[in-house]
Design a protein around this ligand. Structure first.
Ligand code: AMP
Length: 147
């Protein structure tokens, strides 16, 4: 098996995210790989409204979301022993930002969770599907139990 050197854990802080984090940490330890951590504050609720793109960005809300996300990211990074230089907090489309951060930092394995959705959700594409589609490196989709 390929010896991964840089693993990127993409987390959405959902209930299942500890499971994914544990898997990424175990892999990083066993490969002696660098582990990086990324959360993307999704721009969808702000941008993708029925009112069109003319609605101005709610900067205050974005700043609040970024601040709250930073606290959670720092906490998770502390649990995983990930230094500040390997913590990424971005704003935008999660799938595109995950792929961009991976490419720009020579990540060779991205770890995400996957709900294994079917039907319309699969058609619309989950974050895991999007990352699988666009990433140039390997992607590990950790299977999460459906609710
Ligand atoms: P989803 O397709 O939304 O169910 O998410 C699947 C997986 O993609 C999650 O378990 C995370 O690993 C990753 N992910 C989803 N949203 C984000 C986000 N905003 N930031 C970072 N990773 C995310």
């Amino acid at each position: 098996m390929q010896n991964y050197a840089h693993i990127l854990l993409a987390t959405d802080f959902s209930d299942n995210s500890n499971l994914i984090a544990d898997r990424a940490k175990a892999l990083a330890d066993s490969f002696k790989a660098k582990l990086s951590l990324l959360h993307v504050v999704d721009n969808l609720p702000i941008m993708d409204t029925a009112y069109g793109p003319d609605i101005p960005f709610d900067i205050d809300l974005t700043e609040e979301l970024m601040k709250a996300a930073k606290i959670r990211l720092t906490k998770l990074a502390g649990q995983l022993g990930v230094p500040a230089s390997s913590q990424w907090l971005e704003f935008g489309s999660p799938k595109l930002e995950i792929v961009r951060v991976a490419e720009e930092n020579e990540v060779d394995l991205i770890v995400v969770g996957s709900h294994g959705r079917h039907g319309l959700a699969l058609l619309l594409g989950s974050t895991a599907n999007g990352v699988l589609h666009y990433a140039k490196c390997d992607v590990l989709a950790v299977r999460l139990k459906d609710d």
